[in-house]
Ligand binder design. Structure first.
Ligand SMILES: Nc1ncnc2c1ncn2[C@@H]1O[C@H](COP(=O)(O)OP(=O)(O)OP(=O)(O)O)[C@@H](O)[C@H]1O
Ligand SMILES: [Mg+2]
Length: 601
């Protein structure tokens, strides 16, 4: 080891930059926040090659005076705080005086700014740091080119242009959501991708999250010591990934487990745990009650009264969501009304056609067990016949759906009826069989879908491609994993800057809600290199596909369909456990029933 010595300034800054400038998107975040702190009303962003080649931002904020330009690029130089007291109640996005120094240490940086009242603008760059006269109407232009040009080791960690752009887009998206009052525009490689005029929160959210989100969302307005505003999706409109969850604290996008937990808890009774709500929420509180200085990228915060915040958020959402009793009413409605989010019933060849799952009218009175006419007649008949015959001996003769003699020994028996659109009731030699139809179908599909991952799927071409909104990350994954997807039977291509179209799906999944399925699949595929994903994530991928392909609760099945499902269960290995490890069926024997009813004592 050599003697202890002081590091040169540039190296200090380059080391510090490791914390602040992780990738182009972090540069974009810092310079956007600076523009907002400067009071900008309009911000223009131009990116080249995913932001690696260039990030150029122009704002119409207050500008920087000539004599402060050099200081702006130095570490620990800021106009935003001056004392510990200020740090304890930060009202600006920036406060450390770190960002520009870090950026200037790892990229060719040019700053052009015209302070309010100045005769003309001044320019400075990260190389010579001497202000020179320049032209600019007002505000500030910062140009960050060739990120990591002088730190090649870090450059190696950059991902593809599409991925880096996706991160930049996400950063822009979050800030645009938080600041609907600011005119914001973003172009990539010369193409304008977002043009967002100033407006109110609702308009901005519609422009970014889509009208369908707003149409299926409940507005939140809760006021007190804290203030919570925004929109949360109704339980019928949920996603299977956490990709549409935005929480802002005093205008800052944060990922906070406490807040996420409070939201999920408000949905706990009305949402299946593998589904995620979509939301955009803004929490405002006295800056003195929240510490923003806990994370290098400022993406985490710490609340002085975290319990109080949790309670406040939970109650505000819980109240709003229960007002409609939406969670219980709407999935029921969805069964009958055309044009809802239920997938169309496709007549696919092969296995998919075995459960055509026709959509039937919902029960006349909510909560009533639905049976088809034949089962109804059977029940009426047995009810009248009961005093004369025991269930065991009478039923086979009376049951109109029991197949001809000789096949009557099926272990899982024969379907009697469907209970609340969730369970199949079947009769076998021992007594009553109860089947969770979704879980059971999921298990069967899981086994059959193995062929899909081996790249030998029967493919169903869609007459009308399924077009759905996709995030930039999903767009990038669909492109980079196109080959894997195709091998699995999914033919997917871009249909617009934020839209994907599926032209074919594996035939086994012809009945699935394609958009939901692909949102989740793309999320899983994106996490691993293409070459490894099918081996490393095999079980997850199978489970995802099976879950989406399996018949949903509240679909009314006919007795022959239920019997087909029972036969498939018998033929499937480990059919008694669903892919989540939950049981798929259970048996209530006649002895147990007799014991319960104190018969024969
Ligand atoms: N677009 C801009 N318009 C006006 N002033 C700016 C702009 N960008 C930076 N500045 C000035 O340069 C200073 C340094 O910016 P920098 O981002 O490095 O630090 P900061 O914003 O104060 O803190 P942080 O490191 O937390 O972002 C700011 O305090 C501000 O005075
Ligand atoms: Mg800053």
């Amino acid at each position: 080891m050599s003697a202890i010595h002081r590091l040169p300034e540039l190296l200090i800054n380059q080391i510090a930059a490791g914390e602040v400038v992780e990738r182009p998107a972090s540069v974009l975040k810092e310079v956007l926040e600076n523009a907002l702190d400067a009071g900008a009303r309009a911000i223009d962003v131009q990116l080249e090659e995913g932001g690696v080649r260039r990030i150029r931002i122009t704002d119409d904020g207050c500008g920087i005076a000539r004599d402060e330009l050099a200081l702006a690029l130095e570490r620990h130089a800021t106009s935003k705080i001056a004392s510990l007291g200020d740090l304890e109640c930060v009202g600006t996005m920036g406060f450390r005086g770190e960002a520009l120094a870090a950026i200037a240490a790892v990229a060719r940086t040019v700053l052009v700014s015209r302070a309010e009242g100045a005769a003309h603008a001044w320019r400075i760059d990260s190389e010579d740091r001497e202000p020179a006269p320049a032209a600019l109407n007002c505000g500030t232009m910062i140009d960050v080119a060739d990120l990591y040009y002088n730190t090649p080791a870090r450059r190696k960690f950059l991902k593809t242009e599409a991925t880096e752009f996706a991160h930049c887009d996400e950063t822009f998206y979050r800030i645009a959501l938080a600041r609907p009052d600011v005119d914001m525009q973003l172009a990539h490689n010369g193409r304008v991708l977002h043009r967002l005029p100033p407006g109110d929160a609702r308009t901005r959210i519609a422009a970014l999250m889509g009208d369908d989100f707003l149409a299926n969302a409940r507005e939140i307005r809760a006021d007190g010591a804290l203030r919570l505003t925004g929109f949360v999706s109704l339980p019928a409109y949920t996603r299977n990934r956490r990709d549409a969850q935005y929480f802002f604290v005093n205008g800052r996008h944060v990922r906070d487990r406490l807040l996420a937990h409070a939201v999920l808890q408000a949905y706990a009774d009305i949402l299946h745990s593998s589904r995620f709500p979509a939301y955009v929420l803004f929490l405002e509180l006295d800056p003195a009650n929240v510490d923003v200085n806990v994370h290098p990228a400022k993406t985490e915060v710490r609340f002085r009264d975290s319990r109080g915040v949790h309670q406040f958020v939970f109650h505000a959402l819980n109240r709003a969501l229960s007002e409609s009793d939406a969670g219980r009413a709407e999935p029921q409605m969805a069964v009958s009304s055309p044009g809802t989010s239920l997938p169309p019933v496709a007549a696919a060849p092969g296995d998919a056609a075995r459960y055509p799952l026709p959509v039937r009218p919902p029960p006349a009175a909510p909560g009533r067990t639905v049976m088809d006419a034949a089962s109804q007649a059977y029940f009426d008949f047995t009810a009248r016949a009961r005093p004369a015959a025991t269930a065991q001996s009478a039923a086979p003769a009376l049951e109109p759906h029991i197949p001809p003699a000789g096949s009557g020994d099926a272990p899982l028996g024969y379907a009697l009826a469907q209970l609340h659109g969730i369970y199949i009731l079947a009769q076998n030699a021992q007594g009553l069989v109860l089947v969770d139809m979704h879980a059971a179908h999921e298990r069967i599909l899981y086994e059959k879908l193995k062929a899909v991952l081996d790249g030998t799927p029967a493919v169903q071409r869609l007459l009308i491609p399924a077009v759905f909104a996709a995030s930039p990350t999903e767009m990038a994954t669909a492109e980079s994993r196109a080959e894997v997807l195709l091998r699995m039977g999914f033919e997917i291509s871009a249909a617009g800057p934020r839209e994907l179209a599926a032209r074919s799906v594996p035939a086994l999944l012809a009945n699935a809600a394609v958009a939901d399925l692909l949102h989740q699949l793309l999320g899983e595929l994106g996490e691993y290199p293409a070459s490894d994903v099918v081996t490393l994530r095999r079980n997850e991928l199978l489970a995802t596909m099976a879950c989406h392909g399996a018949v949903r609760a509240h679909r009314q099945l006919t007795v022959p369909e239920m019997n087909a499902l029972l036969r498939d269960m018998e033929a499937t290995e480990r059919a008694d456990q669903c892919n989540h490890g939950r049981p798929t069926w259970t048996q209530l024997t006649l002895e147990e029933l007799d014991r319960f009813f104190l018969r024969g004592r």
